[in-house]
Design a protein. Structure first.
Length: 254
């Protein structure tokens, strides 16, 4: 079709040049030439517009994967389902005896990846984001193994530390690499501390879904499952779970 349009335009140009030598030609001949040239111009304009449209950047798209996975020991999170582990989530229980045990939940990013962190006087934690938080190039990302939740028992005291202790449907803000390019995503988890009658504790960790933005460098909202990131953004600081990360210590009942 493109070849036909180009050929027609060239024939019209040639015909126009030859028609300039026809001083006595009928007016209808010139009208026919002009009509043909106008048709050629319109066809050329349509072709140019089509090329420009194809040259536009690809539209942002969010790929969402629903899940219902209870993490009992370790889980390899593959955000874009390409067979490469992007993050590892561990649920660990260490038990010596009734009065000496501890449990923790860790997340470990693969090389080049990271999570949105939260800082307090005790150190650094993976932030427990609420729905709507913007995850993108703005915030800092932490690229090392980090503890999400911690519980310890040393009779007669027990200690648990947040921000991920007893959190339901919150989000890890994630940065990961695909073919050397940076993408952003999230993982939604619930982390509940289960304590037995004797005072011991363990975590029940459930992964309920994850998503990522297909266009490198584009931000995503926590909980976003489709479309481009066009919803009103929520301030990242305001969206971090307001639960104190200072930890709590309590004495066991006799």
């Amino acid at each position: 079709m493109k070849f036909a349009r180009v050929t027609a335009c060239r024939l019209n140009e040639a015909f126009m040049k030859s028609s300039t030598h026809l001083d006595n030609a009928a007016p209808s001949l010139y009208e026919s030439v002009h009509r043909r040239l106008n048709t050629c111009a319109i066809a050329t304009l349509v072709a140019v517009v089509s090329v420009l449209a194809l040259a536009q950047p690809s539209e942002a798209k969010v790929v969402y994967t629903p899940a219902n996975v209870v993490i009992q020991s370790s889980y390899n999170l593959d955000l874009n389902n390409d067979g490469i582990t992007d993050f590892t989530i561990q649920n660990v229980l260490k038990f010596t005896n009734r009065c000496d045990e501890y449990a923790y939940v860790d997340e470990g990013p693969a090389s080049g990846n990271g999570v949105v962190p939260y800082y307090d006087i005790n150190g650094e934690w993976p932030a427990a984001l609420t729905q709507g938080a913007t995850i993108g190039s703005g915030p800092q990302f932490e690229g090392s193994l980090a503890t999400m939740a911690f519980f310890s028992l040393n009779c007669p005291f027990e200690r648990s530390e947040v921000p991920w202790v007893d959190v339901v449907q919150h989000y890890l803000g994630l940065r990961f690499q695909v073919n050397g390019q940076t993408h952003y995503g999230w993982a939604r988890l619930s982390v509940l501390l289960h304590q037995g009658r004797g005072g011991g504790g363990s975590f029940v960790v459930t992964l309920t879904g994850y998503a990522y933005e297909t266009v490198a460098g584009n931000s995503i909202l926590a909980g976003q499952t489709s479309g481009a990131q066009d919803d009103p953004a929520i301030n990242l600081e305001d969206s971090i779970s307001k639960r104190s990360a200072h930890g709590k210590v309590s004495e066991l009942a006799p």
